[in-house]
Design a protein around this ligand. Sequence first.
Ligand code: UD1
Ligand code: CA
Length: 462
Amino acid sequence: MPKGFSSVILAAGEGTRMKSSTPKVLHTLGGKAMLAHVLDTVLGLKLDKNALVLGHGSDIIKDYLGTRAAYRDFKLVLQPQRLGSGHAVKQAAKVFSSYRGNVLVLCADVPLIKSATLKELMDIHKKQRNAVTVLTTIVPDPTGYGRIIRNGNGEMTKIVEEKDALAWERRIREINSGIYCFNAQKLFRILQRLKPNNQKKEYYLTDAVELFGRQKARIGTMLCGDYREVSGINNRRQLAEANCQLNQEILTALMMSGVTILDPATVWIEPTVTIGRDTTIYPGTMIQGQTRIGEGCQIGPNTLIKEAIIANGVEIRASFIYEAEIGARAKIGPFAHVRPKTLIGEEARIGNFVEVKKSRIGRGSKVSHLTYIGDTTMGAGINIGAGVITCNYDGANKFETLIEDNVFVGSNVNLVAPLKIGTGAIIGAGSTITEDVPPNSLALARARQVNKENWALQKKKK
Ligand code: UD1
Ligand code: CA
């Protein structure tokens, strides 16, 4: 790691263009706040110290940070009024009053920046002994960005913001990424001299470049080859584009590691997910959180999996699964709903229109059609017929059901909890079972059938 660097991360802006009551930097990419993307990248650089400038929505952001121990060491600095990016950096002056190194300035709304790029920027900055080194890039559409103005020798002389740019300057496609390295002492000295002489009447950090130039201080640039890495997010359109970019990177890494993804355009996988080799992901699938999927699974189409652990060889079709564990070679769906605290055993089968909540389904047991299993412990080798309901709730309290190995439950049965069904028992179709069933017995709880001969014929004659 380059030595002698600290960071200042800017996150005080209002983010008006998001039109949101959530602070902009808490909007998520790949399931993680864009602020957290930047903070994690910075933590990976192991810098001397890190300052985070907050302003708009600072209470909400502090609450967010408070629940995450990893971010404890960021020095929080408040920018009481939003007077511009230069004013924002200035608020961190106290943190660096006796600091002799360099400061990496990052924007919390440029979340996809990679640590390798930052290391290169810091190396160049140090080698060239610059007062400032600006990370630039060339974009297809520069609208909204600060343009890099260069002289006849190709040297950067200043950065001009969109609103202040002349027509020819607006045509420049090399833009300021909002990421820079500064010599710390020179930075905080030059910030004293910024003036809000621009359309927005703000103290622009970008004006430091021109001021340094006039002082004949060394100024440099580094061009980032992939503009998508430094895309700034100011509105929801840009949020969607960055999300898409991050997702495609994740999918590519998964495909390179041996996962088949039939249609990367419709599959969304968060960076926290791991998937084993030879698993196939079908279109319309979203996999989120700390989900682990084994090898040789078939997932999708049209499936949502969140915070789940899926063993090898599992098949999940058109189903929603959250906070559950699925054993090897189990088959789920189509149209199953597997809810939290559920454990599906190896080779078990959860079929169409089946909901399972807070239950254990033993090895090889089958719940194939139109069933609700809640607060239930099921052993192995059980067959649950179509339309079976565990009645676990009396309107006030929840009760548990225990079904032992090799039980057969006929179709359309109500199992009124609390209830225990002994091993090997058979429950007749259409029964409403309210009492425990001893092992190996037959339980019938339904009205007897009555056949009235010729009754229908007589009715028709009348
Ligand atoms: C800024 C740059 C622009 C660059 C673009 C890259 C300036 C003047 N312009 O423009 O050259 O191309 O980023 O994405 O810096 N902030 C504060 N306090 C403030 C104002 C802003 O903390 O008073 C923070 C914001 O939270 C954000 C960053 O500074 O993280 C940039 O501010 P923003 O308003 O998004 O500037 P842009 O118009 O995107
Ligand atoms: Ca921005």
